[in-house]
Design a binder for this molecule. Structure first.
Ligand SMILES: Cc1cc2nc3c(=O)[nH]c(=O)nc-3n(C[C@H](O)[C@H](O)[C@H](O)COP(=O)(O)OP(=O)(O)OC[C@H]3O[C@@H](n4cnc5c(N)ncnc54)[C@H](O)[C@@H]3O)c2cc1C
Length: 404
């Protein structure tokens, strides 16, 4: 039976990450939003404190996932609250502090989740401790990720990669990049595999860092691969092209990462709402939860609605993470929570700007920044529209060919 109550281990993580967010991230939030592309040196000690890529924090990289080391161990004692639950709890809290900085923390890359989801034991040994970015998007391909053009060709004991990836979060600062490439474009999406490319591999070049609206503390890179050679062993999953399994292998990653992005949206939304309530309190306006709802002021009613929406999104997110931890298929739930949390995060952050008027819009508070940071959380790892499409397909039992 599903159990969304947080065990003591996770309430401790909640406290610890809440404390870190408040003391380490929030104080430097504005600084690194302004100094876009500047690595936040204040975060370097975290690497040593928490361990890297998939380490102790329980962030992106630590998502237990269906194929992770932790979940591969045989567990017969029923319900688990493992890596994925831990990941969403930690990430929500850290993003309450600052979402861009959380993404800039060494070891918390989206590629770490891909490695955790599908790597073999020996690959986990080699790459599990490294900061890994995830490179899917290309100049001609975003939502339609099945149409990527980057190719991988086997030449002796090496794969040779050719193509261009854009908008790679952490692409500049990471240690390895998980790259989606096709083994044979004529075989469609079944031929798409992911490869771990170590920084400094011959033929790989970070050509640009993007200037962005939000999450400016996190670097977002364009990377080219020109006859880039990597060891044969760096393919994640099987090199066989299984047309029956189709896209399954690489898409499995999203079942782990979408709840984490939903948790980011929750953290940013809660940050905006907490700050708004604090500003209103300073003006003598405080929601009175004891009052009957029909007696609440319009402002109070709006705060209750936002709180309820954030809580609904949180429960959906915990459910999707819990299912991943318990090895239950969760693609639909992962998309549901991402769609709900992404939309609620955008709504709450902008509404808080609105409620606080000029204070919300100016740089005097972080509310305008929260609204900017929140937008991407409804875009990357699949946009709002794509999540809805996935939910519709799964609900109606239609394939991607039948419902586009
Ligand atoms: C800051 C930032 C960081 C990013 N980080 C990464 C990263 O680390 N790795 C990575 O690989 N990518 C990353 N991305 C890319 C991101 O995943 C894509 O931007 C996203 O998937 C959307 O693709 P697109 O921008 O090409 O938009 P498009 O796919 O061209 O979509 C444009 C619009 O059309 C809508 N749309 C598209 N198809 C449909 C459809 N079938 N039905 C209805 N509506 C549809 C979309 O929802 C969207 O509103 C990042 C992007 C940004 C901005």
């Amino acid at each position: 039976m599903i159990n969304l109550e947080l065990p003591a281990k996770l309430t401790n993580i909640q406290k610890m990450t809440g404390g870190m967010a408040k003391s380490m991230l929030r104080p430097i939030s504005r600084k690194y939003d302004t100094l876009e592309h500047e690595p936040p040196k204040e975060l370097d000690p975290i690497k040593n404190m928490m361990g890297q890529g998939g380490g102790g924090l329980g962030g992106l990289g630590a998502g237990g996932g269906s194929g992770s080391k932790e979940s591969k161990e045989k567990k017969d004692d029923g319900v688990k609250n493992a890596g994925n639950m831990l990941g969403v709890v930690a990430v929500e809290n850290m993003c309450w502090g600052d979402c861009g900085l959380m993404l800039a923390m060494p070891g918390q890359g989206l590629g770490n989740a891909a490695i955790a989801a599908v790597a073999t034991e020996s690959q986990l040994e080699r790459f599990g401790g490294k900061w890994a970015a995830m490179a899917i998007t290309e100049p001609g391909t975003g939502s339609d990720s099945a149409n990527i053009s980057t190719t991988a060709t086997l030449d002796g004991d090496e794969w040779v990669l050719n193509g261009e990836k854009i908008f790679v979060t952490d692409g500049g600062r990471c240690e390895v990049v998980v790259v989606w490439a096709s083994l044979d474009k004529s075989k469609g999406k079944a031929a798409i595999k992911s490869f771990v490319v170590e920084k400094g591999a011959p033929g790989m070049e970070v050509v640009r860092l993007e200037k962005k609206m939000g999450i400016r503390a996190s670097d977002t890179a364009a990377i080219t691969f020109t006859d880039c050679r990597i060891p044969k062993d760096n393919i994640l999953g099987s090199p066989e092209i299984d047309t029956k399994k189709g896209f399954g292998g690489v898409m499995q990653t999203f079942d782990n990462t979408r709840p984490v992005v939903a948790a980011m949206a929750l953290g940013v939304g809660r940050a905006a709402l907490d700050m708004t309530k604090e500003l209103l309190k300073q003006e003598g306006i405080e929601p009175s939860y004891s009052k009957k709802t029909f007696n609440a002021s319009a402002l109070e009613a709006e705060i209750y609605r936002m709180e309820a929406d954030l809580e609904a999104a949180r429960l959906l997110t915990l459910k999707a993470a819990w299912m991943a931890d318990n090895r239950q298929p969760n693609s639909k739930e992962a998309s549901i929570c991402k769609a709900k949390a992404g939309r609620v995060g955008n709504y709450v952050t902008l509404r808080c700007v609105e409620l606080c008027g000029t204070l919300g819009y100016s740089h005097d508070t972080l509310l305008e920044k929260f609204a900017r940071d929140s937008k991407i959380l409804d875009i990357f790892e699949g946009t709002q529209q794509i999540q809805q499409l996935i939910v519709a397909r799964q609900t109606l039992g239609l394939s991607s060919k039948e419902l586009r």
